[in-house]
Every structure is written in C-alpha cells, then in structure tokens.
Design a protein around this ligand. Structure first.
Ligand SMILES: [Zn+2]
Length: 115
C-alpha cells in the first residue's frame, strides 16, 4: 500500500511498525519518523486512525489489550461494507415516498370528484 509519493520512511516500513507504534513499544526516534510520515501520507494516516479506533473500541468492550485476529477482521469487514454502502447508496430509489404521495393525492382527487 502506498500513496505514490516519496517519503523519508517507506509506507511498508511504517505499516510494519504500526502496531508497535499503537502500543507505545517504539523508540522515540522511530515514533517521530512515523508521525512525520502520517502528516505526509494520508493512506497511512487513515490506516493508523482506523487501527487506533479499533483498538480503542475493543479495549472498551472487552477490557483486553490484545486484539483477537478474527474480531479485528470482522470490524474491518464491517467498516469496508459501510464504506462501499455509502458509495453505492447515492442512487437509492424514492419509490416508497412517491407511492405515498400519489396515494394521498389520489384520495383527495376522488373526494373532489364526488362533489
Ligand atoms: Zn505511507
């Protein structure tokens, strides 16, 4: 995964150490390198933000530091489906609303006609 722009630290290296960074297990110098990279590279920042959110969510719900791999997968899959749903959901049919409107007008015009 890469945004295509050159960085002092490779995207692959950043992602390799992402969990160490999240767990505060990195040397301060390496942390600084990752922070600089996140400012330059939005795909890595997004990945970092996502992992951080999942970690916080799981810590809150089960009180453990270790994220079970299957749970992480489920959360990521859920996020993926939400995202793709948002993208393809723009052309939702308004058939239900239209049908209700039509029924209302139909009833009104029936009353008017019976006059
Ligand atoms: Zn990157």
């Amino acid at each position: 995964m890469s945004c295509g722009d050159p960085h002092d630290t490779e995207c692959g290296e950043v992602l390799d150490h992402l969990y160490e960074f999240l767990d505060n297990e990195m040397a301060e110098g390496d942390c600084a390198k990752l922070r600089v990279h996140f400012e330059e590279c939005s795909p890595c920042l997004e990945k970092y933000g996502l992992e951080q959110a999942i970690k916080a969510l799981i810590k809150r719900s089960c009180g453990c530091d270790d994220t079970p791999a299957d749970l992480r997968g489920k959360v990521l899959a859920r996020i993926d489906s939400i995202r793709s749903g948002q993208r393809s959901g723009e052309s939702r049919p308004v058939a239900e609303v239209t049908a209700e409107d039509t029924a209302g007008h139909g009833a009104a015009s029936t009353l008017a006609a019976s006059d």
